[in-house]
Design a protein around this ligand. Structure first.
Ligand SMILES: [Zn+2]
Length: 449
């Protein structure tokens, strides 16, 4: 068996790994590079394989950096099946349609070339084959099963075995456990080789208990100053988690009444998908739903699906809270709100997710005082705050704990989906603490197993 790392190698985005045996050529994820203009350009480059030569794709979850190049793959001649879990299939359709719409808008506004068209998305969706957790799927000379990764709804890690050959595992993205809504990450079986994400491979999240306190503080300060609280949020999972926690704060009167706008069509639709799969919730969340509480609806929440609805937010009186995508502020409706409120010293931008190199989010996080938003220079006077524990990813300790709890330790590990520093740091921890040979492979590198 051979594995080639065709993306997310010493970087976070563009997840895509090719598994080759004598009989099969299987792609694990086919994600988009995200963040900077340079990342955008990489999406247009040729794949490091011939799309026509791929037999099947096995997808871990519906984030764009894991599925965003599927329509390009189909456009360039891929003819096989695309496996994913049922919730991932629903979310993937929304995410790909949304991405195409964003590209169409960019094309109309700035003549930016599109990576794929709507018909490529439709052809991609038509190739999806559903596979539940734990059902073993047989391919030619290989088999795999999905296990709950606890990262977002429907997310999975993959255990893939070659008949009479090695057993490998690919973590996809691992959850930040315990999650308020989802079940914890399942136990890894005794696989020989592990390909593991390392987004936070060199960092530890702050304690989860402090996060509600911080969120409450941000909201009450905003109210006191008659300001605006902007929360750029990832449409899938982070937004639902935020709504879940706001639901708790509002319904238990832990914050004063305030208008909260959810200004993300994708997040609104994803919340509806989330409600279709209560069987994937943990016991506490399930009990709450059974008791009649709608997890994502509470007094003061306004969902603005259409553009006209979205404009109402501008006229709405202060104070107010606006949750809008994209999470890294490299597109989406959040940009219009940033133009309006970044230079207002009574307002706050609350960062609750990973900010990749080259994004506007990263520049604000690092304290830039002058930034460009939609071609306009804006002076940053608003407060910029960050709460790390909202991340959907496992931190270094959680990744190590997950590997340590495997039925049998893997005999080698490859760290992907992390900046160079994070991937190398995790590999070092694995070598020193667990005595497992580990490395951070480079882009287009092939290993023999
Ligand atoms: Zn993810």
């Amino acid at each position: 068996m051979k594995v080639t790392f065709c993306g997310a190698a010493r970087e976070v985005t563009g997840s895509c790994h090719l598994v080759q045996t004598d009989n099969s050529r299987v792609l694990l994820d086919c994600g988009m590079f995200q963040g900077s203009a340079f990342a955008d350009a990489k999406n247009f480059r040729d794949f490091c394989f011939d799309p026509k030569s791929i037999d099947v794709v096995v997808v871990t979850h519906a984030h764009l950096d894991h599925i965003g190049r599927l329509p390009k793959l189909v456009k360039e001649g891929f003819k096989g099946k695309i496996y994913m879990t049922p919730p991932t299939a629903k979310l993937a359709k929304l995410v790909l349609e949304d991405a195409e719409q964003v590209m169409e808008d960019e094309y109309r506004r700035n003549f930016r070339p599109k990576l794929f068209e709507r018909e490529d998305v439709d052809r991609t969706v038509a190739k999806i084959v559903l596979a539940d957790y734990s059902r073993r799927v047989k391919l030619d000379g290989l088999s795999f099963r999905y296990r709950d990764a606890g990262h977002i709804l429907g997310s999975a890690f993959i255990e893939m075995d070659e008949a009479d050959g090695p057993r490998i595992a690919f973590s996809g993205d691992l959850g930040n456990v315990p999650d308020q809504i989802l079940k914890p990450t399942a136990q890894l079986a005794g696989q020989d080789v592990l390909i593991v994400e390392s987004t936070y491979g060199n960092r530890l999240h702050e304690k989860m208990e402090t996060r509600e306190i911080e969120l409450r503080k941000c909201i009450t300060e905003t109210l006191k100053q008659n300001g605006v609280l902007l929360i750029p949020a990832f449409a899938i999972e982070r937004t639902q988690l935020l709504l879940f926690e706001l639901n708790h704060l509002v319904e238990n009167r832990l914050i004063p009444p305030v208008d909260i706008y959810l200004d993300s069509p994708l997040a609104i639709k994803a919340s509806a998908v989330m409600q279709e799969f209560p069987e994937d919730y943990n016991k506490t969340a399930l009990r709450q739903v059974a008791g009649g509480d709608d997890l994502f609806v509470f007094p003061g929440l306004h969902k603005t699906l259409s553009r006209d609805d979205s404009k109402i937010i501008n006229e709405a009186p202060r104070p107010k809270v606006i949750i809008a995508g994209s999470g890294m502020m490299n597109g989406g409706r959040i940009l219009h709100h940033l133009i309006r409120y970044l230079s207002d010293k009574r307002s706050t931008v609350l960062i609750i997710g990973y900010q990749a190199d080259g994004t506007l989010g990263r520049r604000l996080y690092e304290g830039d005082k002058r930034v460009e938003v939609l071609g306009e220079r804006v002076e940053v006077k608003a407060k910029i705050k960050a709460i790390g524990s909202y991340s959907a990813h496992a931190d270094q300790r959680q990744i190590m704990d997950w590997i340590k709890s495997a039925e049998k330790l893997p005999s080698s590990v490859y760290c992907v989906h992390g900046d160079e520093g994070a991937a190398v740091a995790l590999a070092t921890r694995l070598k020193e603490d667990l005595k497992i040979p580990a490395e951070a492979p480079k882009f287009d590198e092939t290993i023999e197993i």
